[in-house]
Each structure stands twice: as C-alpha cells, then as structure tokens.
Design a protein around this ligand. Sequence first.
Ligand code: FES
Length: 155
Amino acid sequence: MSLERINEILKTYSNAGRDKLIPLLQDVQAEQGFLSKESVQVIGRHLGLPASKIFGVATFYNQFRFEPMGQFHIQVCRGTACHVKGSLPILESIQKELEIQPGRTSKDGVFSLEVVACIGACGLAPVIAVNGEFHARLESDQVAGIIESYRKKAV
Ligand code: FES
C-alpha cells in the first residue's frame, strides 16, 4: 500500500486521539492485508504515539498481522463446535508442519496461518479454510497431506 493511501486513511482520522488507534489499524490492515513497519510509523506520528507502543497494543489483539499473507492463507477455526471436535491438535499439527505460529507467514511466503472464531460451518467441525476452501471433519493426521497438496500448487 502506498504512503499516499495511508495518508488518505489518516485524513479520515484528522484530530483523532489515541482512542482511535484500533479502528485506524483495522482500516489500514483492511487495505494493506497487514500492518507494515512503515505504516505503523506513519500512524504513530499521526497519533503522537511511538511505534513500539503501537506494536505492543496491536500484538495484544489476535486480529493484526505484521507480515503479508502467504499465497495460501490457512484459517483454523477455534470456535466452540470445532474446539469440542478437536481443533487444537489440528492447529498444533499445522504449526508443526509449517513451523510458524498463528499470525505469521512461512519463510518461503507460501503459507500464512490465522486462528479464527466460528467460520459458520459448525456441521463440518473441525474445519479449516485455505483461501476460503473448506476442509471438513479433519483429523490431525490429514494435515500433512493437505499442506503438501497446496505446496505442489504454489508458484
Ligand atoms: S465453531 Fe468452527 S465452524 Fe463454527
């Protein structure tokens, strides 16, 4: 996202105080897909907050990302139905397979991982979505095969 676009967003927050930090970060992330270091610095100057403080606040909320999304974005549902049906071991298998934590992108840029609340497919629990494509009633021993199938499609 260009600096120009960030400045356009900031204009809609003229005279904004620190209480507007979260909505501002949400707007920038919605445009950019993540919060770049540069955008955090610009937001900091606008609100009179050090970038370190903004990173501290943003890290507290699971919704913010600091890296671009991977070619394949994996969303693991951790809503109640999926939790009851075993979404945690699935999440752990994905983390192990990709060697990344939620909110991060793999070094090769192929995969990114996000934990989400109910994605509206409880009947399919436990479920993950990869670029919006659902994988239903998963068992953790299926994870490696699913990841491999996407890895083969990576460009
Ligand atoms: S709890 Fe996972 S889809 Fe609803």
